[in-house]
Design a protein around this ligand. Structure first.
Ligand code: NAD
Length: 497
């Protein structure tokens, strides 16, 4: 069995706490790795390495920083297959999906390569006689990132490339459930020329996170994970005087109007609900179908759901892999088992699935629940598995009220051919990311990603311009070069221009 430690100061560091967590191959159910769980002391060592590295990196020229990021981008491009294989081995998602994850993460590295343009300051000349004003942005110092299991490479890449490009140094605490991809990203960064200590990885759990949140040398924290933890991370980080962005969970609704192309809508519902076994924060977990087309739409989704091929992520013919752990699989299955008693029609029940040759893997078939009641557990909770709920609504207004009544506001989508309805929806729906005939509207790298309501705690979204704002602080410099002939004289009044 492999043992994975930390990456501190540009080299591996064995775990010294004596505590380890299990990492499984979800397709076989076997433990493949034990990951070190950092003590507060080990977190301190990583922060100290980052602080030391900041002395140089924080003032490194833009061309030096971007040269390293370009090299990193090239290296990631060459190693996509390897990183994707690491993701599949510990997360379970199918290889093509893992490759997509790497590509979406690389978008942020590409954005970071262009940081020189984004960090251009502003200059106003002659705001008063011989007075100029310049606005610049500077790095924060040491910043930390805490990431979830479901995108073990992409979500770390939402954070550290931009943070580094802006001149910060970074301590990453990846999910302890699938930590190897993030660790590899740090090794590759070193290979690309990122100086020692600029990017550190501490593996661990709550102990490590709590220390990062309390550490006086950590200036800011980016978090992505579930809503209860995101909420507490924000509260805790603010209490320690830190800048924080904490992205939480979701329950994303896809509204299908009667004029939509129902085959197109059914295909997209399937892809967005069951891709990555539903373990995506932008998964569609609720289809809101207008009554007049609901029967037809449910039939089309069900027919497709029954045909999905489920197997290990390494099998090129598999469309969906296993769930992350046995406990999570049981929890997801319990929503399907309890659905009928709470009023839903169980149209497809995937809970009995067994994959031949992989009987001990954490597999669960896909399930489709129709006529789900908004007061039922399946509707109210983020299930985070391959379970799609359908709620029926009589009108657009009823559907909109349902969506806007959700405590979450991550992503949402409308499927329609009616531009006017789509436009209304864009403006009226309460969510941070909206798709029009696009079921998973994850913004490209040069826009920013973030939800509303219980899907994001903090002000700034992640990556894009918001990401750059998050990892920098503004400074405004007012300059006068006095004319020797004009001393200005004494004037105790508040300066006016
Ligand atoms: P999680 O909240 O359990 O864990 C996220 C991170 O927090 C991990 O690194 C974990 O070690 C740490 N953590 C867990 N419990 C903690 C505690 N009590 N104190 C301090 N740190 C703790 O989330 P997960 O199960 O790994 O990921 C799935 C969740 O993440 C889902 O809710 C999903 O919607 C959400 N997610 C959101 C986004 C987004 O952009 N909004 C993206 C991906 C995932």
């Amino acid at each position: 069995m492999k043992t994975l430690g930390h990456w501190i100061g540009g080299k591996p560091a064995d775990g010294a706490s004596g505590e380890f967590g299990p990492v499984y191959d979800p397709a076989t159910g076997e433990q493949t790795t034990r990951v070190a769980l950092a003590s507060a002391d080990e977190v301190d060592q990583a922060v100290a390495a980052a602080r030391e590295a900041y002395l140089d990196w924080g003032t490194a020229s833009l061309s030096r920083r971007t040269a390293v990021l370009y090299a990193y981008r090239q290296l990631l491009d060459a190693r996509r297959e390897e990183i994707a294989a690491l993701i599949t081995a510990e997360h379970g998602k199918v290889h093509s999906d893992a490759l997509g994850e790497v590509a979406r993460g690389m978008e942020i590295v590409e954005l970071a390569c262009g940081i020189a343009d984004k960090l251009k300051g502003e200059l106003s000349t002659e705001v008063s006689t011989r007075v100029d004003v310049a606005a610049i942005r500077q790095p924060l110092g040491v910043v930390a990132g805490i990431t979830p299991f479901n995108f073990p490479a992409m979500v770390p890449m939402w954070m550290f490339p931009l943070a580094l490009a802006c001149g910060n140094t970074f301590v990453l605490k990846p999910s302890e459930k699938d930590p190897s991809a993030a660790y590899r990203l740090a090794e590759l960064a070193a290979e690309a020329g990122v100086p020692d200590g600029v990017l550190n990885v501490v593996n661990g759990d709550k102990t490590a996170v709590d220390r990062l949140l309390a550490h006086p040398d950590v200036a800011a924290v980016s978090f992505v994970g579930s809503t209860p933890i995101a909420r507490s991370i924000q509260e805790n980080a603010v209490r320690h005087g830190k800048r924080v962005q904490a992205l939480g969970g979701a329950k994303n609704h896809m509204l299908v109007l009667p004029d939509a192309d129902l085959d197109h809508a059914a295909d997209n519902a399937i892809n967005a609900a069951y891709g990555s076994a539903g373990e995506r924060c932008m998964a569609v977990s609720v289809v809101v179908a207008i009554d007049s087309v609901a029967d037809d739409l449910v039939a089309r989704i069900a027919e497709r759901a029954r045909r999905l091929r489920i197997g290990p992520g390494t099998d090129p013919s598999a469309e969906m892999g296993p769930l992350i752990t046995a406990e999570h699989r049981e929890k997801v299955a319990s929503y399907v088992h309890g659905a009928a008693a709470q009023g839903a029609d169980v149209v497809v029940d995937g809970t009995g699935l067994s994959v031949p040759g992989h009987e001990n893997g954490f597999f669960l078939g896909v399930s489709l629940l129709d006529r789900v009641r908004p007061d039922s557990d399946a509707y109210r909770d983020e299930i985070f598995g391959p379970v799609l709920c359908v709620v029926r609504a009589e009108t657009y207004d009823e559907a909109l009220a349902l969506i806007n009544g959700s405590p979450w506001g991550n992503g949402t989508a409308i499927f329609t051919r009616d531009g006017g309805a789509a436009r209304r929806f864009q403006l009226e729906v309460q969510a941070g990311m909206v798709g029009v005939n696009v079921p998973i509207p994850v913004p490209v790298g040069h826009h920013s990603f973030g939800g509303w309501k219980d899907s994001l705690f903090g002000d700034l979204h992640i990556y894009g311009n918001d990401g750059i704002a998050f990892y920098t602080r503004g400074k405004v410099i007012t300059t006068r070069w006095p004319d020797p002939a004009d001393s200005g004289g004494i004037n105790l009044g508040f300066p006016r221009h």
